[in-house]
Every structure is written in structure tokens, then in C-alpha cells.
Design a protein around this ligand. Structure first.
Ligand code: SR1
Ligand code: MG
Length: 396
């Protein structure tokens, strides 16, 4: 006889989250726990639990069986909670200071208990308010190089790499990206969401066969190239930041995919900021864009030379070929992210919260233009400086 100890999934309330936290035995028995649901993402509940006596705190994150952004009509796998927790643990092996510590997981209830980082601010919010994050691009460049190199075939035994590919199989969350980033925005699809005044620009996207061919190639790369364990959703809403710290959260979209995807998504979200800013504030963002690529590529190159187990690592031209492929992918994926954040289902506050309509539409048209240019010109842009020059040109 087997005894089924699996718990029935039920979503937490603030009261139940306190009971759950007590059962973890992390706080002392006489703790005076308070709880607030602080999640503002599309998919999960996030409960902040604090002991009024000791001032200790933690986060209980629970995946919902549907996408909060759409409602119960869009069911979503709960398996993403354990994928996220395992991705955080894997990343902590390489960048322990850049990710939250996981204290406990509960697969049945789709819960991850982790370090409270709520003293930091979500980078998207801070950037919108022109806050300064001097460490952001250096830290993210380092995070990208370390996590992507160490989970790739350049660092892992092929058996371990393929075991990880299987562990991080994440078809439902990948399907969201395949639809929302690579497909729907490029067709007249019901999930799209854009102001009627943008219809001419949007139809120009739908009718641009050259653009669609390039997006089809990028989508194919996303579907088929298991290069490294990706974060899978590395926009500025997945990053906590302050002047002195950076922490990458929320890797529920983690899976084995093309390395340039994480870099491209991050850069696209910085590019949105570069579109909405002027003068010095804009230069700060352009420097972050440049520095992200510079730090990523130089760290990746150092790891390649010091740690790569690839037999061909010293073969002339191979390292350059790999980095060049990552760079082209980065630009193409960034272009797709810019387009979907403008006309697809999931928008960004950086653009949508601009109250003045003419200004907002102007920035959205620029985002579409830059997105298209990055996709179509990705083989003509030979350096990150060329990308900055393109951004300058299109901003005039
Ligand atoms: C239904 S989920 C919409 C978007 O939110 C997530 O953060 C991903 O970016 C996804 O595309
Ligand atoms: Mg998220």
C-alpha cells in the first residue's frame, strides 16, 4: 500500500500565509507575524511576512493556476514554481550575491519561500522615476556571463547538460513567449493591444514580409537552440535594484534556450528607457546598454579561456564565431521584445503610463521603429557602438 502524502493545492490568503510561515519553523514560536500581499506581476501571489518582534522577514511566493493578468480563463501550470526555485538555486551556484536565497519549496502548493528583498525597488519603477543604478549594467552583465556560460556545453559534461535540459523543460511558459513575443504581435491576433492611432504602424508590421521572415528565424532559434539555462523573462520588472545592489528575481520562464534571448530582453527594456529620456538621463541609459554587452562579452571570454571544456576552444575563430552569434541573436530578440511591449498583450509602464497622448504615441512609434531596425539590420550592426549610433540616429 502506498500512502499519498500529496497536499491538495489551494491558494493562500494573507491569514493562511501566516499559518504557513509559522509551520516553517523559521521564526521563533512567539513571533508576531504580519502579512501583506505585495505581488504586482502578471502570474503569482507574493506574500511579505514580517515578525514585529525580531524584525525578521521573508517572502512566500505562490504560483496561481491561471495568469492573473488575464484571469481564470487562461490556465497555467503550477510546475513553474519548482522550475523557478530550482533555477534560483542553480544560478546561486555562480552568482550568489545577485539572486535571492531560497529557504524552502513546496511543490504541491506551488510555493517558494525566499529572502525578502522588498527593501530594494523594482528596477523598472526606479528607472521610470530616473533613479540612479550605477551598478545595474555591470551586475547584469556579470549575471548573464556567469549563469549562461556555466550552464552551457562550454562548461558542463554533456550528460549533466542534457539532464538539466530535461529538468528545466518548461513547455507551457515557453508557449507564452512563443505566442506573445514571436507570433501574435506579427499577425492580426486577438491578444494584441494597441491604440487605434497606431493602426497604420501596426499594419505595416503585419504586412512586412521581410520582417516576418526574420522573426520566423528568431522564433526557430528560440524553439530549437538549447544553448544555456536562461532566466527566460529578464525584463527590468524581474530585477530589484538600489544604488549598491542588484538582484535578479522571477525565473519562472527558465528553460534551455539561445543565450542571446536573456541579453536581448534586458537590453530592449533599457532601450525603452532610452526612448523616453532626453540629454544626460538618456546618456546614462545608453551607457548601461553599452556596458551590459561589454561586461557580458568580456566575462564570457574570460570564462571561455579559463574554464571551457570544449575541445575546439582554442581553434582560431571559434570563440569569435560564438560571441558573434550571441550578439546577432541579442539584437534580434531585443527587436521582438520592443515590438511586443508596444503592440502585444503585455505592455510596459515605461510607455503606457505616459499620460500625454501625443508623447506616448510618438515614443511607441519609435519603439516599433527601433524594434524593426534591430531585427532587420542585426547582421549589419557589427558592434554595440553601432547599436548606440542607430539609437542616436532614430532618436533625432
Ligand atoms: C501572461 S504573462 C505575460 C507576460 O508576463 C511575463 O512577465 C512574461 O513577460 C509574459 O510574456
Ligand atoms: Mg515575472
Amino acid at each position: 500500500m502506498t500512502i499519498d502524502t500529496k497536499k491538495q493545492y489551494e491558494s493562500l490568503t494573507e491569514e493562511r500565509a501566516i499559518l504557513y510561515a509559522k509551520g516553517l519553523h523559521i521564526f521563533s514560536d512567539d513571533a508576531e507575524l504580519h502579512c501583506r500581499e505585495i505581488g504586482d506581476g502578471n502570474l503569482n501571489y507574493v506574500f511579505h511576512i514580517k515578525d514585529a518582534k525580531s524584525k525578521r522577514s521573508l517572502i512566500i511566493k505562490q504560483a496561481l493556476p491561471y495568469a492573473k493578468v488575464v484571469g481564470e480563463s487562461w490556465p497555467l501550470t503550477l510546475k513553474r514554481a519548482i522550475i523557478e526555485a530550482n533555477a534560483l538555486k542553480k544560478q546561486a551556484e555562480y552568482v550568489p550575491t545577485l539572486v535571492p536565497t531560497v529557504y524552502a519549496t513546496d511543490e504541491d502548493l506551488a510555493i517558494t519561500v525566499m529572502e525578502d528583498l522588498s527593501y530594494l525597488k523594482i528596477a523598472r519603477e526606479g528607472l521610470i522615476h530616473l533613479e540612479s543604478y550605477p551598478k545595474l549594467s555591470k551586475d547584469i552583465g556579470e549575471y548573464l556571463a556567469q549563469t549562461l556560460f556555466h550552464t552551457s556545453d562550454f562548461a558542463l559534461h554533456p550528460f549533466e547538460k542534457k539532464r538539466l535540459v530535461s529538468e528545466f523543460s518548461n513547455p507551457e511558459l515557453c508557449k507564452i513567449t512563443e505566442d506573445l513575443i514571436f507570433t501574435d504581435p506579427f499577425f492580426d491576433h486577438e491578444t494584441n493591444d494597441f491604440e487605434p492611432s497606431l493602426r497604420a504602424e501596426v499594419e505595416a508590421v503585419w504586412n512586412n514580409e521581410l520582417l516576418k521572415l526574420e522573426v520566423a528565424k528568431l522564433k526557430r532559434g528560440f524553439l530549437t537552440e538549447a544553448e544555456a539555462l536562461l532566466h527566460g523573462d529578464l525584463h527590468t520588472g524581474s530585477i530589484f535594484a538600489s544604488e549598491t545592489e542588484t538582484k535578479v528575481i522571477d525565473p519562472e520562464f527558465a528553460f534551455y534556450g539561445p543565450i542571446g534571448f536573456d541579453i536581448g530582453i534586458f537590453l530592449a527594456n533599457l532601450i525603452v528607457q532610452s526612448i523616453t529620456r532626453e540629454t544626460e538621463a538618456r546618456n546614462t541609459i545608453l551607457q548601461h546598454i553599452e556596458q551590459t554587452w561589454e561586461v557580458f562579452s568580456s566575462n564570457f571570454s574570460t570564462l571561455w579561456k579559463s574554464k571551457s571544456i570544449e575541445s575546439y576552444k582554442d581553434t582560431k575563430g571559434f570563440e569569435e564565431y560564438v560571441l558573434d552569434k550571441i550578439f546577432r541573436d541579442t539584437l534580434g530578440f531585443a527587436g521582438c521584445e520592443l515590438i511586443r511591449r508596444t503592440i502585444g498583450l503585455a505592455h510596459v509602464k515605461d510607455l503606457d503610463a505616459i499620460a500625454e497622448e501625443e508623447q506616448r504615441l510618438h515614443f511607441k512609434k519609435q519603439a516599433l521603429q527601433v524594434g524593426k531596425a534591430l531585427i532587420l539590420k542585426r547582421y549589419d550592426l557589427h558592434s554595440i557602438d553601432a547599436v548606440i549610433a542607430l539609437l542616436e540616429e532614430l532618436h533625432k
